[in-house]
Design a protein around this ligand. Structure first.
Ligand code: Z5A
Length: 250
């Protein structure tokens, strides 16, 4: 079978059938606040009567979590950025099959911490050919492209200082992972690449200033989500109560 025909066949298998839930991805540099905001949004969606599944990349399914350990340990790095891209795509294919597609087809929303845009930025910045990344994405993702991508934009200084503060305050190992050891220039180029992707696809992306206080970022995201999906959330509206904030009396 020709390469093109093989990719088309795999894309067909991964397919777009039955999809009912909404697929939201969160992107940004390290320490941007993606995990924090995913959990805030999940609480607001639940309060609006919408069931949401939280997942992450690399990972999100047992096989993909095994691949995550390899990738973040740095053991794959000596094989080169192309092979890392292949492994991120392999993890993504399993994640789509095992977690994302079943949730969407069951009508749940999926909130995913990083997805294919991270490959474009991280492995793209490392020099992997964009056409090669396109083909990997087609195979791994099929029709399961995000309905909305929330780019939480912070400077590398802010993001990395948060990661360092988290490590020292919660006792997590201070050893940086494979990607946190990159130079400041690399982090800055990645930030710009994320912004470029957002500018190229304004219908999918919303860019949120992640340097603001977490409550303000959560409000901005909620407003953007309500504006993007008025039929799903019209009854809840942007001013829906935030259970997390109510609990702490804020
Ligand atoms: N990677 C890749 O190369 N190619 C790919 O295709 C994919 C990934 C999918 C995965 O790392 C790595 O894999 C990643 C890219 C690469 N590079 N790195 N490093 P990960 O999953 O381990 O880590 P991460 O995705 O970068 O997440 P993170 O560092 O945990 O950051 P975050 O989720 O965006 O932030 P957070 O955990 O919500 O917040 C960080 C801290 O800041 C925490 O203590 C919060 O309480 C605090 N925080 C959050 N928001 C605020 C605000 N607004 N103000 C003040 N403090 C805040």
């Amino acid at each position: 079978m020709r390469d093109d025909a093989r990719v088309d066949a795999m894309r067909e298998t991964r397919g777009t059938l039955q999809r009912q839930g909404r697929f939201l991805t969160f992107e940004g540099g390290e320490g941007a606040g993606k995990s924090t905001q995913i959990s805030r949004l999940k609480e607001r969606l639940n309060a609006a009567g919408i069931e949401a599944v939280v997942t992450r990349e690399p990972g999100g399914s047992p096989t993909a979590e095994t691949i995550r350990e390899l990738l973040l340990s740095g053991k794959v790095k000596p094989l080169g950025a192309e092979i890392e891209a292949v492994m991120f795509a392999a993890a993504r294919a399993d994640h789509v099959d095992e977690t994302i597609r079943p949730a969407l087809n069951a009508g749940r929303w999926v909130l995913c911490d990083r997805f294919a845009d991270s490959t474009r930025v991280y492995q793209g910045e490392a020099g992997v050919d964009p056409a090669f990344l396109d083909r990997l994405e087609a195979v791994a993702v099929g029709g399961y492209r995000p309905d909305m991508t929330i780019l939480i934009d912070v400077s590398p200084e802010v993001g990395l200082s948060r990661v360092a503060a988290r490590s020292s305050s919660d006792g997590t190992p201070a050893d940086p992972d494979r990607f946190e050891t990159d130079t400041k220039e690399v982090h800055m180029r990645r930030r710009q690449l994320f912004l470029d992707l957002a500018a190229a696809e304004p219908a999918r992306f919303v860019v949120v200033d992640g340097s603001a206080a977490a409550d303000k970022v959560a409000d901005d995201i909620w407003q953007a989500v309500c504006a993007r999906f008025p039929l799903d959330l019209g009854h809840a509206g942007p001013a829906a109560p935030d259970p997390a904030r109510d609990r702490i009396g804020g």
